[in-house]
Design a protein around this ligand. Sequence first.
Ligand code: GRF
Length: 260
Amino acid sequence: MNTPIRLGALISGGGTNLQAIIDACESGALSAEMAFVGTDNPKAAGLARAERAGIPTFAVNYPDILSRRKKDPPTLPPPPDLDLPDLIVRQRLIPQDAPPARRDAFLLGRVAAESALLREMERFSFDLLVLAGFMRVVTPYFLDRINPEPDRPRVMNIHPALLPAFPGTDGYGDTLRYGCKVAGCTVHFVDYGEDTGPIIGQRAFPILPEDTLDSVRKKGLAIEWRLYPECIQLFAEKRLRVERPDKGGRPVVRILPASG
Ligand code: GRF
C-alpha cells in the first residue's frame, strides 16, 4: 500500500467533482488526503463541501483582482519574480501576434491573480494539484512554480469533452451542438495551452436522439465522478509516466502496469 498522497484542489462552482474526490479519499478508493481547497470565486458553492469535510479553504477574488489590474495597474505591480518576455514566448493561451497591449494586459492580470493563489498555496504541502471545475486558464508563471521538473507534471484537470475536440468552457454544449453522436470527458495534465496537455484518461458515452444539453451534462458528470478519482489513483500509485515518443514531439502519458 502506498502512503497517501496530499491533494490540493481548485474549484470555481458547485464542486461535484471535488465531492467525488473527497468521498473516494474517505472510502479508501483513493490513497490520498486533501490538503486544501481553493477557489477563484469567493461564492463557490463547493467551498461548503470542503468545510463540511474539515478541509482548509481559501478564496482569491479573481474578478476583483482582474478589474483592479485593468482600472489601476500601479496598485497591482507585477510580482518581482516575473520574467514577462519569457512568459510571452512560452505561453500558448493568447496568439503571439496579438496586439502587445492586449496580450500583456491579459497575461499581467492572470499573473497578479496567480501570485495571490500561489501565496495561499504556499501554506500547504501537496503532491498533486487537481483542477475540479476551475474555470480559469493558468499561465506558465503559475505552472512552473508547481512543476519544478517539467517531465513530472503535478497539475491535473478534468474537461467535459473528448479532447482534443472541443477545448474551452462548454465541452458538453459544444459536443451536442456540433451534432456528435458520442460525448465524453478527459482527464489530462495541464500544460501551457488551454486543454492541450497530455491525456491521462477518457471515457465516452452515446448521445441518444432524445438527449438534451441537460441530460448530456448529467450523464457526463456521473462519468467524471468515477474517472477523476481513478486517474488520481494512478498518479498516487506512480503509474503515470510522461514520455516523448517522437524526438521533440508532443509528450504523452504512458500508464504503467500495477506493481506486485
Ligand atoms: C465539470 O463538467 C468539469 O468537467 C468542468 O466543469 C464542471 C465542474 O463541475 N471542468 P463541478 O463543479 O465539479 O460540479
